[in-house]
Design a protein around this ligand. Structure first.
Ligand code: ZN
Ligand code: ZN
Length: 245
């Protein structure tokens, strides 16, 4: 069993425990692998809910030291991040990809850049606008991100529909575009256990459109040790909610 998509205290909304506590808990759960994918910072720290830019080196070096210390479990170092064209143009994703020891950029599109020069983001939109159009902005960014080749997997793709009121044909079309683009690029889609577990953004309509044989990955989105333990216990039940694929 692999425990994929684990956050750390650095993001500011996770349990305040050392990274090693997750490694120990994962070992006790019998995991063969643990993948840390904390929220990536951006230069200048323009966004909240993520580590600060100056913490990035320490994040990599602390996890690298744990990798050396533990031979009983494979520790992997990744980052979960949004795709923003503004930071791509500035060379930031290429810079992240060049960090020694960083194995994966996980495309987790929690917000989108909606204009450039100066860049503006979807969190500046009104609630009504977000309910109408957020999923399209997020989907567009996901498609762009997939196309860059920087990312290794797509986190919680169905969560782009977190604010919708009812499912429409347009949403089905947008879903198919993401599913097809990810498949063509060879990126797995993440079945994020947190989505049904916390009832946040879980969208069964999306998963009904995913063809059999699509490459999938199971993500914990753990922000505390108890997330890791309880989602391991509930893993099969939660996965069953995504439908059989
Ligand atoms: Zn988080
Ligand atoms: Zn996420």
């Amino acid at each position: 069993m692999k425990i994929f998509h684990v956050h750390t205290y650095r993001c500011g909304h996770a349990e305040n425990v050392p990274d090693e506590a997750y490694v120990k808990a994962a070992t006790e759960l019998g995991a063969s692998d643990i993948w840390f994918t904390d929220h990536a910072p951006f230069p200048g720290d323009p966004f909240g809910s993520r580590m600060r830019y100056k913490e990035l080196d320490e994040y990599i070096s602390t996890l690298s030291a744990l990798k050396k210390k533990y031979s009983s479990i494979n520790i992997h170092i990744g980052l979960e991040t949004e795709y923003f064209p503004y930071f791509d143009k500035a060379g930031y994703y290429a810079e992240l990809r060049s960090i020694p020891g960083l194995e994966l950029l996980l495309l987790g599109q929690h917000m989108a850049q909606i204009s450039s020069d100066p860049p503006a983001y979807s969190f500046s939109m009104s609630r009504e606008e977000l309910e109408e159009t957020e999923y399209r902005h997020l989907a567009k960014a996901i498609m762009q991100g997939i196309g860059t080749g920087y990312f290794g997997a797509v986190a919680h793709p169905d969560r782009i529909f977190r604010r919708i009121r009812e499912w429409t044909d347009d949403m089905a079309e947008v879903s198919r575009e993401i599913i097809t683009a990810a498949a063509e690029a060879g990126l797995p889609l993440e079945r994020n256990l947190s989505s049904p577990d916390t009832n946040y953004g879980f969208t069964p309509e999306f998963w009904k459109l995913v063809p059999a044989g699509t490459e999938l990955i199971t993500g914990y989105d753990a922000h505390c040790i108890s997330d890791m333990i309880s989602r391991t216990e509930k893993r099969e039940d939660l996965l069953a909610l995504f439908g059989c694929m």
